[in-house]
Ligand binder design. Structure first.
Ligand code: PHE
Length: 345
């Protein structure tokens, strides 16, 4: 008799599939409370023969364990569903869930800072295409036909066209040409943008980077204006007291040309690894716009003069944040990016 009952209830428990928390509660009421099946079977167990006790004791204990574990897992399942439902319906008393804000890319931060400084001096922002023709990237800028920068090693060509190849721009000076061709002086603008050069990727070089170039063309613009503008820019960006020096240099599109160094931002001029013990680091190229360039763009070089300058945003950023590997800028590693200021706008 007892054995038969245990068998029946075991089958019932094994086929138990709860559909709701109420089913789980009913299961408990049927099997596990003081007046439930398990207790009743144990009562009945007391009345059976010694012989039967020997075989049924183990069976009955296993039955009890089965009832309990079935109940426990059913209860756990419905407890979770209950919680989930509560959240889906929206418990307004729960604290809000925070979400993580991204941060601005360091190059965007520095570009913005540079743009703000020049805007205060009356420069506007100009942009142009990244795919350029030979005229805007080279010829109008007074590059002689055999100049090495036109070579396959530096320029990514998109299309070879007799007399006017199409290529990815190698500098944003092309935007200066477009601006001068389209309008009339005075021009006072800066040109931020991405540029491409066919270089092997390493900590110090990449096949693309970002530039900001500047152009000021008007009557009587002199080299003194160039020096004062760039001196002011450096004081604003790297702090009062940062020294500058100009070294003679060469660019096809400026005459005279110079490179500008600033006193090392790390050691303040004492000499360190970054400035190779010299106390100075180079940050940009500049010069007076070559009269040929003005004429190429339809501007009377007898009446107008101008200055131009160009810098790599990566380089300026490296000096500001002491970043030593250019590749970090394009790898999008959040451990790197999250170290920069978060802005809501
Ligand atoms: N276009 C130059 C470069 O890419 C930078 C530059 C701009 C130098 C304007 C002088 C004047 O290296």
């Amino acid at each position: 008799m007892l054995q038969e009952k245990i068998k029946q209830f075991t089958a019932e428990i094994k086929s138990f599939v709860p559909a709701s928390a109420a089913d789980v509660e009913n299961f408990k009421l049927k099997f596990l409370v003081t007046k439930g099946v398990v207790k009743a079977l144990f009562e009945e167990f007391k009345t059976v023969s010694v012989e039967e006790k020997r075989t049924l004791g183990k069976v009955l204990n296993e039955f009890k364990q089965l009832a309990e574990s079935t109940y426990n897992s059913a209860q756990a399942q419905f407890a979770q569903v209950g919680k989930k439902l509560e959240r889906e319906e929206g418990d307004l008393t729960l604290p809000g869930e925070g979400f993580q804000l991204g941060s601005r890319h360091p190059l965007s931060l520095v570009r913005k800072e540079i743009v703000e400084i020049f805007k205060k001096l009356g420069f506007i922002v100009a942009e142009g295409p990244e795919i350029e023709d030979d005229w805007h990237n080279f010829s109008a800028l007074n590059f002689p036909p055999e100049h090495p920068a036109r070579d396959m090693q530096d320029t990514f060509f998109v299309e070879k066209k007799t007399g006017n190849d199409i290529a990815l721009r190698t500098h944003t000076s092309s935007v200066q040409v477009r601006m001068m061709e389209m309008g009339k002086p005075p021009f006072r603008a800066i040109m931020p943008g991405r540029v491409y050069r066919n270089e092997a990727i390493s900590a110090r070089a990449h096949c693309f980077f970002h530039q900001i170039e500047g152009l000021y063309v008007d009557e009587n613009v002199s080299f003194a204006d160039l020096k004062q503008t760039l001196f002011h820019f450096v004081q604003e960006l790297y702090g009062e007291g940062t020294k500058v020096r100009f070294r003679p240099s060469y660019f096809p599109f400026t005459e005279p040309s110079a490179e500008m160094d600033i006193s090392c931002t790390i050691c303040k001029g004492d000499g360190c690894q970054l400035c190779k013990q010299s106390g100075w680091v180079e940050i940009l190229g500049c010069g007076m716009v070559d009269p040929n360039v003005l004429e190429n763009c339809g501007i009377d070089s007898k009446k107008y003069t101008g200055f131009a300058f160009g810098m790599g945003i990566e380089r300026v950023t490296n000096l500001k944040y002491e970043i030593r590997d250019l590749r970090l800028f394009s790898e999008n590693d959040v451990r790197f990016l999250s170290q920069f200021e978060t802005e809501l706008v």
